[in-house]
Ligand binder design. Sequence first.
Ligand SMILES: NC(=O)c1ccc[n+]([C@@H]2O[C@H](COP(=O)([O-])OP(=O)(O)OC[C@H]3O[C@@H](n4cnc5c(N)ncnc54)[C@H](O)[C@@H]3O)[C@@H](O)[C@H]2O)c1
Ligand SMILES: [Zn+2]
Ligand SMILES: [Zn+2]
Length: 367
Amino acid sequence: MKINAAILWEQGAPLSVEEVELEAPRTGEVLVEVKAAGVCQSDLHPARGDWPARTPLVLGHEGAGVVREVGAGVTRVRAGDHVVFCWAPACGVCPPCLEGHPVLCDRLERTTFRNRLPAGGSRLRARNQDVAHFNGTACFADFAVVAEEGAIPVAADVPFEVLATLGCAVVTGIGAVTNAARVERGARVAVIGAGGVGLNVVQGAVLVGCQKIIAVDTRPRPLNLARDFGATDTIEAGAGNVAEEVRALTDGRGADYVFDTVGTPATISQALEGTRKGGAVVLTGLSRTDALASIPTFLFVMQEKRLIGSLYGSGRPLLDIPHLVTLYQAGELKLRELVTRTYHLDGINDALAALAAGEGARGIIRW
Ligand SMILES: NC(=O)c1ccc[n+]([C@@H]2O[C@H](COP(=O)([O-])OP(=O)(O)OC[C@H]3O[C@@H](n4cnc5c(N)ncnc54)[C@H](O)[C@@H]3O)[C@@H](O)[C@H]2O)c1
Ligand SMILES: [Zn+2]
Ligand SMILES: [Zn+2]
């Protein structure tokens, strides 16, 4: 079928929205009509060239839609189901899957993270070339063919703009708190970067009953949003020393947990310094693939700090995403409030520019 999709032809150049041929779903795959898609920094990284990627490539990995067709052998979803995309479609049988860590599934490294579908190859063609599916999702498009495990059925009465950001920003931020760090009630936490992921760290911290939630950002708009999401204190990074300010807000001790949702060498240093003795840094921010950070090894040992990497909420997306929908329905999650800008697919480059400019929370594409 012919659809419109946003293609990255060359890293560093704008995306081009154009007609693309999309093949029918093969065995184990489903065709989803995309209804809403969030625009995440992880789309910006390949667009800018921070991460090497083969082009042409249809971007988009966070979104929701309606299943229109299922391939042979598909059992978990049916035509008509409302689904949230999952960019970590796990195989279920490799060692990390069997050990209960599906986000570390070995198949992801061979397929999804190389922008291929698990069954191999591409279902997209434009200008007589195969086009890759970013994170096996490629949802900056009218329709997407994804692996069955990449489409998670959710309640049909939840609006698509509410579901748009669930499958990346929300599950990543909340899971960092509840699964990766297992933050306990009454803890004092700080989060560096109050964008799509960071605001969800804030609301994860609210959910578990943190006593103090300090949001750090370089820009005032995200900090105002962070207060709306439940941050008790804010620090505008820039002139001052972030770690000192975090310590000043925690009786001189440092936070029990510092979440770094930016992930640059500088913010990792701030996070390590702003953590109390025996505390933990949880790193979700992804910078360039060749970035290195440094650790003051003597103090790290003497102060028994911990450094935890967290991918996609470190949980079980097939269970966690429907659970997050339930929390939203119970009034415990702010999802609509995460959407501060709405675009049509034609506006994808404006959406990416607004994200790069840090205009706060999430922009989404609506169909
Ligand atoms: N671990 C995962 O599974 C996962 C999932 C999604 C996104 N990511 C990564 O997380 C990062 C954040 O993504 P996002 O979509 O939330 O981005 P975003 O643009 O929505 O938010 C980033 C925020 O950080 C702020 N910021 C930038 N530099 C800062 C600094 N030095 N100090 C304090 N604040 C600063 C920005 O103003 C912005 O508000 C990206 O690198 C993205 O690729 C990782
Ligand atoms: Zn696996
Ligand atoms: Zn993302």
